[in-house]
Design a protein around this ligand. Structure first.
Ligand SMILES: O=P(O)(O)O[C@H]1O[C@H](CO)[C@@H](O)[C@H]1O
Ligand SMILES: O=c1cc[nH]c(=O)[nH]1
Length: 233
């Protein structure tokens, strides 16, 4: 049991999927897992363990932003026997060729977060995905007929930027999409020797202004869920 996760030892699988939205965790448990058991309701941040294709897997909401995912990921990494964390989230496209509902695998995460500047005394650290998980996700996606886009994402601390053109500085350097947790997750995974990967689905485009509804984000982005669930060991 840890401060924010109410599970006993053995109740959390070695592979944990982490959506930002706890209701997405509930949706996955109800629609994809067999024999799902809810192990956490603390702060409404649902966590479930069940079976997918006979493999034990957990799904734990992370909340939004680096501070929130850092609490849950740290507790999973230090208080439970978790070996793989796969974030499954939504993102905004920063590139014309990255379309709504495309699946993006985050090879690395640029960021504007002060957390890593403090951690590395003003120097820059490059948060990077586990190559093992990245390769596996790419191969699983291909086997499901999904052509995943692979590259750099931006993890931002700010959803509503003062300057609405701010994203263009990242676009010019080929960053594929923006979200709010991956740099924190990859840094903690490196610190604790855990494998981590982010798989995100494009929910809106900063390039075209297209957007999907909250209900669609919660329930219809199932390709990334299937890729991540298929990676359970
Ligand atoms: O859909 P999730 O996983 O929450 O991810 C994205 O959506 C939230 C912002 O709406 C941020 O958490 C961002 O990273
Ligand atoms: O952080 C996020 C998530 C989805 N879409 C965005 O524009 N930003």
């Amino acid at each position: 049991m840890s401060l924010h996760i109410n599970a006993k030892q053995g109740e959390i699988a070695s592979t944990v999927l982490m959506p930002g939205d706890p209701l997405r965790a509930k949706f996955i448990a109800e629609n994809f897992l067999e024999d799902a058991v809810c192990y956490n309701e603390v702060r409404g941040m649902y966590g479930y363990t069940g079976f997918y294709n006979g493999k034990k897997v957990s799904v734990q909401g992370s909340g939004m932003g680096i501070p929130s995912i850092s609490i849950y990921a740290s507790e999973l990494m230090t208080s439970y026997d978790v070996k793989n964390i796969i974030r499954i989230g939504t993102c905004g496209s920063l590139q014309e060729h990255v379309k709504i509902k495309d699946v993006v695998l985050a090879m690395a995460a640029s960021h504007d977060s002060n957390i890593n500047l403090q951690r590395f005394a003003g120097m820059t650290y490059a948060p990077t995905a586990s190559f093992q998980l990245l390769k596996k996700a790419y191969d699983v996606a291909a086997s499901l007929g999904i052509e995943a886009k692979v590259g750099n994402v931006l993890t931002t601390d700010t959803f509503y930027h003062d300057d609405p053109e701010d994203w263009k500085r990242w676009m010019k350097f080929g960053v594929l999409a923006v979200e709010m947790e991956t740099a924190g997750l990859y840094t903690l995974a490196a610190k604790h020797g855990v494998h981590a990967l982010t798989i995100v689905t494009v929910s809106d485009s900063l390039v075209t202004g297209e957007a999907t509804s909250a209900a669609e984000r919660q329930t219809t982005f199932t390709q990334m869920m299937e890729i991540a669930l298929s990676m359970a060991e």
